[in-house]
Design a binder for this molecule. Structure first.
Ligand SMILES: [Zn+2]
Length: 278
């Protein structure tokens, strides 16, 4: 069965860790039945020493998208891709030190969708493991969530909070899942802020892949709590860096959202929410 969801989180060759062409991304997404995709390439300023800087020239990415829209004839109901949409996004990495650059790039450019993520914390890229060393899992996940809750209040100019459980992807702990019951204060602080300010969180299916022998799970209580606090719609994202993962498990996201009592998925066009009934 084809999935009629919107993939709000994908990476093209403008991201330092992807080589996916925009044409391929669109063709595969369309074949899979998706309603559209947003290219949310990585902008993570001020990388710690020795870590690749994940940045790109926003105007170049947006011009490439415009060329593709014209070349393929997407975003036009009577074109060959029907109502399929290819949108302009960014996944911006929050860090206190980067705030002036973040504010500037967001005011200098027009995006459809802005995802706020936390990829670098306390001068570490958790992917490499150093972040976790002084901590047990409660401290490591708890501190990450608290820092995220703080930074979204410093920089509230975003639409979607990216993978709140990113920090569960890379440690060695046997505790692979962020359970609402264990981190309720920090999660409430995040979810409340999102619900009150008309923003959303995403279900990011890349987190739930098998990686280095571990597979984090999504605790549905997090989604239920978002609903309880007034959240009405969720964003779904594959976090695809290659065509194989475009739209990956978005039908499962839909089921999880429905099971949590959420009735809509959302995507953003020119930073305005568009709701799709689930
Ligand atoms: Zn990310």
């Amino acid at each position: 069965m084809k999935c009629r969801c919107f993939d709000n989180h994908t990476h093209s060759y403008f991201s330092a860790d992807s080589r996916m062409s925009i044409t391929d991304a669109v063709k595969v997404a369309y074949q899979k039945g998706l309603r559209g995709i947003v290219l949310t390439d990585h902008l993570d300023y001020d990388a710690p020493e020795g870590v690749t800087e994940f940045t790109f020239e926003v105007p170049a990415q947006q011009e490439a998208i415009d060329r593709e829209v014209e070349f393929l004839g997407v975003n036009s109901a009577d074109g060959p891709y029907g109502d399929f949409q290819l949108l302009k996004g960014v996944e911006i990495g929050l860090q206190e030190i980067s705030m002036p650059k973040i504010r500037k790039v967001l005011s200098d450019n027009k995006f459809d969708t802005v995802i706020a993520s936390l990829h670098l914390i306390d001068g570490h890229d958790p992917y490499f493991g150093d972040y976790y060393r002084p901590y047990d899992y409660r401290q490591a996940y708890g501190h990450y969530l608290e820092e995220f809750a703080r930074l979204i209040r410093v920089m509230p100019d975003f639409d979607i909070l990216g993978h709140y459980d990113y920090i569960a992807r890379y440690p060695d702990y046997k505790e692979t899942t962020i359970y609402y019951s264990e981190f309720s204060d920090a999660l409430d602080s995040i979810l409340c802020f999102l619900a009150r300010n008309g923003k959303t969180m995403e279900i990011n299916t890349k987190t739930y892949q098998l990686f280095r022998g571990r597979r984090p799970e999504l605790d549905i209580q997090v989604l239920r709590r978002f609903r309880e606090l007034g959240g009405e719609a969720l964003s779904f994202g594959s976090d695809a860096h290659d065509i194989m993962r475009i739209g990956d498990r978005l039908d499962w996201c839909r089921e999880m959202a429905l099971a949590a009592g959420i009735k809509y998925e959302v995507y953003y066009k020119e930073r305005k929410p568009c709701f799709i009934e689930l």
